[in-house]
Design a protein around this ligand. Structure first.
Ligand code: ZN
Length: 251
């Protein structure tokens, strides 16, 4: 039977007391500062407690969760978490963790309307559309598992497209590291999908998603740009650069 909320509060008191018995200053030390090395972006599903499955404790992991672990670039909640984690906390790793049997992913494969959440699940339908050929060849009973994986991979790519990660990588390449993981509820094990957005996505990314940051004085992520009085904006495209000439002055 589910616990009452009074029992949850009583559990909390006994937990705090047991932690203090082991380390008298635990809460005071933790209250002073947090410096987590990981940002975990996972599904809201109640069966995947990030700290528990990674054996990490309070203060070790900055956490954001939403239905089906999506990176939506207009989601100010997630973008604020990401910016704070990367630029202020300076996390070393960003982990996107999906899971087999994800209700959000399963719902996205059906046509039934579930109200407001349809708009959120639309993002997974877009992943399906991108990978329709591969998915339609897979046995329907296991097709959802592959969509769960493809969804994580696409969300790592979405992370890579954000100005927040692009700025960070222009300052220090590959920092923070991006990871795509899957949690298997039947075994309790995490699987690393070894997603490398740079290798898998380089050409398309270079052409359209890459942003240049004039204040970092770099273009294309690595080399400083020589400033010139006549230079217009430039857009990196593949291996070369497309020049955009300044607009002529009005007479
Ligand atoms: Zn889920």
């Amino acid at each position: 039977m589910a616990l009452s909320t009074e029992e949850l509060l009583a559990n909390n008191r006994s937990w705090a007391a047991s932690v203090k018995r082991k380390n008298k200053n635990f809460f005071e030390d933790l209250a002073a500062k947090q410096s987590p090395e990981y940002l975990w972006i996972g599904c809201s599903d109640s069966r995947i407690p990030p700290n528990e499955v990674t054996k990490t404790g309070p203060g070790e992991m900055f956490i954001h969760r939403n239905v089906a672990n999506l990176i939506v670039h207009t989601d100010m909640n997630l973008m604020s978490v990401l910016q704070y984690a990367v630029e202020i906390l300076k996390v070393k790793h960003v982990i996107i963790c999906g899971h087999y049997g994800c209700g959000g992913v399963l719902s996205s494969m059906q046509n039934a309307s579930h109200g407001l959440i349809d708009k959120w699940l639309r993002n997974i339908k877009d992943v399906y559309r991108l990978h329709r050929k591969e998915l339609n060849l897979i046995d329907p009973t296991v097709r959802a598992n592959r969509l769960v994986e493809l969804n994580v991979i696409e969300q790592v790519y979405n992370l890579y497209k954000t100005s927040i990660i692009q700025r960070a990588w222009q300052k220090t390449p590959n920092t923070p590291e991006l990871h795509g993981w899957i949690y298997d509820m039947h075994s309790g094990l995490l699987h690393d999908l070894q997603v490398n957005p740079k290798a898998a996505y380089a050409e398309e990314f270079d052409q359209i998603y890459r942003l240049d940051f004039p204040d970092l004085n770099t273009v294309a992520g690595t080399k400083p740009v020589e400033k010139s009085a006549t230079s217009g904006n430039s857009v990196a495209a593949g291996t070369g650069k497309i020049r955009i000439e300044p607009l002529p002055k009005k007479k």
